[in-house]
Design a protein around this ligand. Structure first.
Ligand code: LLP
Length: 420
């Protein structure tokens, strides 16, 4: 993580020390490096080069308006999965004509809004959704651009919770039945078939599953062409995995290079929807040690961030490095780093070798993707602040939630009315 580095014995984000961020904004706080997000996006855009297509950042990875705005300024497209994500993109200055709308359960209201603002394409996941989109488009008197998300039945060889391209998953239309669905879509006066998409899973650190999926999509594309259905684009879904702990994902240029080579001689634009690889290593979660608690079995460091702030370790047993902001020369011991939430599964890391003192600052690394966006108010904990560092500047792009924020929209009710 070169955008986060030690200098003078303490950890910095670009040109700002994390100690000063903790002092100014408190903890727990998510800290992002603008340079990292920009570089990662540019790697995709450069690798696409002058091949027609778009890099549509997957908003679910990190949907803070500050992050979306810096990507919009670079001309990024966006992959959204809800009306809420669409509004965020618009608020951040994103171009709706560069938005693809994914997701298995789009409501009629979400479709209406997306048609009104003019998204690039709907990634449709079922025949029932196709029917609903057709009805909404005809009600508005417009034509909806459609891609069908097909399920290529490829094993992404990643964690089962984030593997999505197998027959048994809820996502997409089985590739064998896709021709029928396409024919139905092509016959509708209010749908325009423009592409095909797939997303086989996340945190893939090898290219072969992506390229296997591509091969299967090309077979379908040829079948469609034989039936007179000509597609304009092919959308391969999420991006590459990242390094959390020794993984060695290939460079983006290898991935896009292989795809572009395979598409030579075909008139097909490429869309990709990377989230994690743009965001994960561009962020960390800054937290402070509240208590050290030694038991017969374990040493626990209880910190002020918890599973409600960063769910990945609890949900997927995911590993994220935890480092001291200011390393000390104390004795190294083995610690479970846990939060204050009342769940045994509330941990940020287990069996970490660290020299710890109460009150010290720690950084949970690789937290820029699926960190804040998966956070909750469980145990009535206000959600963390978010800060973007840009050189020697800091922008607080989300204020820490207040107690008033916690109960917004809730009311108490009066005592039960007596019977008489
Ligand atoms: N496109 C679609 C349709 C997706 O479902 C996803 C991620 C992406 C793109 C972005 O994939 P990426 O480039 O980030 O691999 N919460 C989990 C990850 C869930 C991913 C869901 N879909 C985690 O923290 O590991």
């Amino acid at each position: 993580m070169s955008d986060f580095s030690y200098r003078e014995g303490t950890l910095w984000a670009e040109q700002v020390s994390l100690e000063s961020i903790a002092e100014q904004f408190g903890t727990p706080t998510y800290v992002y490096s603008r340079a990292h997000f920009e570089q990662q996006y540019r790697d995709y855009a450069d690798a696409l080069g002058d091949h027609p297509g778009m890099i549509c950042y997957a908003v679910k990875a990190n949907s803070n308006l500050g992050i979306l705005s810096l990507l919009a300024q670079l001309g990024a497209g966006f992959d959204i999965v809800s009306g809420g994500e669409l509004e965020r993109v618009l608020l951040a200055g994103g171009d709706p004509s560069r938005v693809v709308f994914s997701g298995v359960g789009k409501t009629a209201a979400e479709m209406r809004r997306a048609l009104e603002v003019g998204v690039h394409c709907f990634n449709v996941e079922s025949d029932a959704e196709l029917e609903r989109l057709d009805a909404v488009a005809s009600e508005l008197g417009v034509i909806a651009p459609v891609s069908l998300r097909v399920n290529p039945d490829v094993d992404a060889r990643t964690h089962p919770y984030i593997s999505t391209g197998l027959k048994e998953n809820k996502f997409g239309i089985a590739i064998d039945g896709a021709l029928d669905s396409y024919q139905r879509a092509a016959q509708s006066a209010h749908l325009e078939v423009v592409g095909v998409d797939c997303h086989i899973g996340s945190q893939l650190t090898e290219l072969s599953p992506f390229l296997d999926a591509l091969e299967r999509l090309l077979v379908l594309i040829d079948q469609l062409a034989a039936e007179g259905i000509q597609l304009k684009h092919l959308d391969l879904g999420g991006g590459l995995g990242v390094r959390y702990r020794g993984e060695t994902p290939p460079p983006v240029s290898d991935y896009l290079g292989a795809v572009k080579q395979r598409l030579q001689g075909r008139d097909l634009a490429i869309i990709m929807e990377p989230g994690r690889s743009i965001a994960a290593n561009g962020g960390l979660l800054l937290t402070r040690v509240e208590f050290l608690k030694r038991t017969e079995e374990h040493n626990f460091a209880i910190v002020d961030a918890a599973m409600n702030d960063n769910l990945r370790p609890a949900l997927y047993q995911a590993w994220q490095d935890i480092v001291p902001v200011k390393p000390n020369n104390g004795e190294v011991e083995i610690w479970d780093i846990v939060g204050p939430v009342c769940e045994t599964g509330d941990f940020l890391g287990k069996r970490r070798e660290l020299a710890l003192q109460p009150g010290q600052l720690l950084a949970l690394l690789s937290a820029g993707a699926y960190g804040f966006t998966m956070s909750s108010n469980y145990n009535s904990r206000p959600r963390a602040a978010e800060v973007i560092v840009d050189g020697d500047r800091t922008y607080q792009v989300r204020a820490r939630e207040s107690m008033a924020d916690l109960v917004r929209g809730e009311t108490a009710i009066p005592p039960t009315a007596s019977e008489d």
